[in-house]
Design a protein around this ligand. Structure first.
Ligand SMILES: [Zn+2]
Length: 236
């Protein structure tokens, strides 16, 4: 089958030759797909918007000698408002970078794809703070990748987490309570309110989570994610 039809989101683009780009696409059924997009940098080229980062579309790819080329693309969503807001754009870049670290060619990742698409939509069109959208994304991202943190009980003494909050420790796959965590790094501390927010996001999703904590602990979640996937993610 020399032709491949797939829905995908552009995670990365690199300029190539005079008018072309190499795209890294994320397809729910095919995982990572690298494809050459010819002529897309010409000002009025039909593939201009198809080659922008975060564009979601129905791509038609032609495969020859192991190399894929974009033939056409029906753009479903460009998430255009992201391009007008630098802060939100950086959060979208964090999500794209996280996906790039884990997707593989011909490995379906339907849940991660839906998570990314929904999170980009929230960033582009909804009023939720960007750090809350990113935190919810990372929490689901680690869960999909098999690193769901244990949040209800202390990883050391197994007691139910109390009002004092606790420390989120990647090496222990979850939180540890205040009395057990005297040696834990202070930068991994989560308040009771923040821990409850995490639990709610995992059980109900961010759309149904009523209130935000005073401070969204994105940094702690980013540290946890980076430790689990063993690579650094961009600053936001
Ligand atoms: Zn404990």
């Amino acid at each position: 089958m020399p032709y491949l039809n797939c829905q995908a989101i552009v995670l990365r683009r690199n300029d190539y030759r005079e008018n072309d780009r190499m795209l890294t696409l994320f397809s729910p059924e095919h995982g990572r797909v690298d494809a050459l997009c010819r002529g897309c940098r010409k000002p009025k080229g039909p593939l201009l918007s198809a080659s922008e980062v975060f564009t979601m579309g129905e791509y038609v790819l032609f495969e020859s000698k192991g190399r894929k080329t974009v033939q056409s693309c029906n753009v479903i969503e460009s998430f255009y408002p992201l391009r007008l807001d630098y802060e939100r754009l950086r959060h979208a870049a964090l999500m794209a970078a996280a996906c790039l670290k884990t997707i593989q060619p011909e490995e379906p990742m339907g849940h991660l794809y839906i998570l990314l698409a929904r999170s980009l939509k929230r960033l582009a069109y909804e009023d939720l703070p960007a750090d809350a959208v990113s935190a919810a994304f990372l929490l689901h991202f680690v869960t999909i990748n098999g690193f769901k943190p244990r949040l209800n009980h202390c990883s050391r003494c197994e007691k139910t987490m109390g009002e004092g909050g606790g420390y989120l420790l990647p090496d222990e796959d979850g939180v540890c309570c205040l009395s057990c965590g005297k040696d834990a790094p202070k930068r991994s501390y989560l308040t009771f309110e923040q821990l409850s927010w995490f639990r709610e996001i995992l059980s109900r999703g961010i759309d149904k989570t009523a209130s935000l904590p005073n401070q969204v602990p994105l940094k702690i979640l980013k540290q946890y994610t980076e430790a689990k996937i063993e690579s650094a993610l961009p600053e936001v």
